[in-house]
Structure formats: structure tokens, C-alpha cells
Design a protein around this ligand. Structure first.
Ligand code: ATP
Ligand code: MG
Length: 267
């Protein structure tokens, strides 16, 4: 009996690891509002000293939304943003971000969740001084496990995206306020987070630069980004599809504005 050698099985192709920072496809309208990115249920936050900064907040933000969070100074807006962004934990209540229950996560797991799912933009830019715009944006991609060269390429693409292709090598002190905020936005979105949180992003800018930063946020939202913007500016709030009003740690109104092509009511 002759034996034939078995054909050697083709080695299985190793699964390609998902790229957490892969550029996202432009959302088609039916994909929008398909899943919640933020779910807060009965969230309270009490600071040491007894300040009740949040008193029972329920808030759901769906994928692809662009909303304003408005309210007077001290009403709890930044506290809310810190809790939504998992920079802080609530005293009580449930917080889920991109489907992950925050209470179940260790601090380490929480910071991994944050770096993967949330991008932040602050009033005062928070750029690293002394390094280029491109290096600042590349820093935001450190967790992606990409090579240095690839981080540089993606940072360059993000800067092109925000209209700063000709300012890659400028350091923060060589940029205008509006340009600094664009670098901060490029850094926040370069890793394609599920959620972009902006705390008074136009607060330090003149009217024209503020307007162009808001236009950029609208463009990013048109491309599928979910964005929450804290603002004191009523005009900005009214220009966004949804505005959530907060006072003394409570949500006092949650309005949907008619927008061309957008739902009038919460989807
Ligand atoms: N780390 C903290 N420790 C103690 N109290 C705090 C802390 N952070 C904020 N607070 C208090 O919690 C309340 C809400 O503060 P928060 O910063 O959320 O307000 P805000 O709406 O962002 O105000 P603003 O518009 O001035 O930025 C305020 O009364 C504030 O004094
Ligand atoms: Mg604040």
C-alpha cells in the first residue's frame, strides 16, 4: 500500500488585529443615532466639603449627535463633562460610555477606555509647549500602538483635516489662538474617538476664530463624530441640533432644534 503524504494544510491566516484608530467611514444617515455613546442614569456628584455638583442627572447621547451643554457658572457643566469623559467617577448613579459600565472598571481599565473612546478639547488648548503642532497631535495617538512614522503620518492628515497643513512644524507659541484650538481638535480626533468633549472651546477666542472652530466641529459631526460642547454662548447653543440646559446640578431642559436634514425630536 502506498501512502501519499497528506497535503500540508494551509496555515491559517492570523486574524488582523482591529485598528483602534482606523479612520472611520463617513456615516450614512441610517447609521446615525443607532447606538448610545453616553448613558448616565441618576448620576450625582458630591465633592469633598459637601458641594452637590450634580443632583440626579439622566442623559443619553446617541452616536453622531452634536449637542450643547449650557448653564450658568457653577451649575455643574465641567463636572458633568469630567464624569462623561471618565476623568472622574460619580458619587452615585450609573455611567456607561460606548456600552462600558464605568463602575465595573479599574482605574487602569478606565484610562484605557478613555484613551480609546474619548477626545477632549479645553478652553485653554492644553498643548505641549516647545514641540511642533504635528508632534502635539501625534501624542494623542500614543495608545494606538502605531509606529512613530505612522503616528506622524496620521497627525499630518489630522492637521490637514483642520486646515493647518501649512503649520505642521509651528510650535504652540507660533500659532494664533484659533490655530492652537484647531491643533487641539486635531489631537482629540486623530484617534477617531467615539466621543469628542469640548469645554468652552471658543471661550478664549475672538468671534471670527470662534466661529471657524464651531464650523470645524460641525464638519467633523457631518463626518460622523459625536460631539458635546459646553458653552456659555446662547447663539452657539441655539446653532447646534440639541441643547441640554443645566442649573444647580440638574438638567432643566433638553431641546432639539429644527436643523435641515436632522430630526426635530430626539431620535
Ligand atoms: N474639585 C472640586 N472640589 C470641590 N468643589 C468643586 C470641585 N470642582 C467643582 N466644584 C464645585 O462644583 C460646582 C460645579 O462646578 P463646575 O466646575 O462643574 O461648574 P461649571 O458649570 O463648569 O462652571 P463654569 O461655567 O464657571 O466653568 C461648583 O459649585 C464648584 O465650586
Ligand atoms: Mg466649567
Amino acid at each position: 500500500m502506498t501512502t501519499h503524504p497528506r497535503p500540508s494544510p494551509t496555515p491559517p491566516t492570523p486574524p488582523t488585529p482591529p485598528d483602534p484608530c482606523a479612520p472611520r467611514d463617513r456615516r450614512t444617515p441610517p447609521d446615525r443615532y443607532a447606538r448610545p455613546v453616553v448613558e448616565l442614569t441618576a448620576v450625582t456628584k458630591e465633592y469633598a466639603g459637601g458641594v452637590q455638583a450634580l443632583r440626579g442627572v439622566d442623559l443619553t447621547v446617541l452616536d453622531g449627535e452634536l449637542l450643547a451643554i449650557v448653564g450658568p457658572s457653577g451649575s455643574g457643566k465641567s463636572t458633568l463633562l469630567h464624569i462623561v469623559g471618565t476623568l472622574d467617577r460619580p458619587t452615585a448613579g450609573r455611567v456607561a460610555i460606548a456600552g462600558h459600565d464605568v463602575a465595573a472598571l479599574s482605574d487602569r481599565a478606565l484610562s484605557a477606555l478613555r484613551s480609546r473612546h474619548v477626545g477632549f478639547v479645553f478652553q485653554s488648548f492644553h498643548l505641549v509647549p516647545g514641540i511642533s503642532a504635528q508632534a502635539n497631535v501625534a501624542e494623542g495617538l500614543l495608545y494606538c500602538g502605531l509606529s512613530r512614522a505612522e503616528r506622524g503620518r496620521r497627525a499630518a492628515a489630522a492637521l490637514e483635516r483642520v486646515g493647518l497643513g501649512d503649520r505642521m512644524e509651528h510650535r504652540p507659541h507660533e500659532l494664533s489662538g484659533g490655530q492652537k484650538q484647531r491643533v487641539a481638535i486635531a489631537r482629540a480626533v486623530a484617534g477617531e474617538p467615539d466621543l469628542l468633549l469640548a469645554d468652552e472651546p471658543t471661550g478664549a477666542l475672538d468671534t471670527a476664530s470662534g466661529r471657524s472652530v464651531m464650523e470645524l466641529l460641525h464638519e467633523l459631526n457631518d463626518d460622523g463624530a459625536t460631539i458635546a460642547v459646553i458653552t456659555h454662548d446662547q447663539e452657539i447653543a441655539a446653532s447646534l441640533p440639541r441643547s441640554v440646559r443645566i442649573r444647580d446640578g440638574r438638567i432643566v431642559s433638553d431641546e432639539w432644534h429644527a436643523q435641515p436634514g436632522r430630526p426635530r425630536e430626539a431620535p
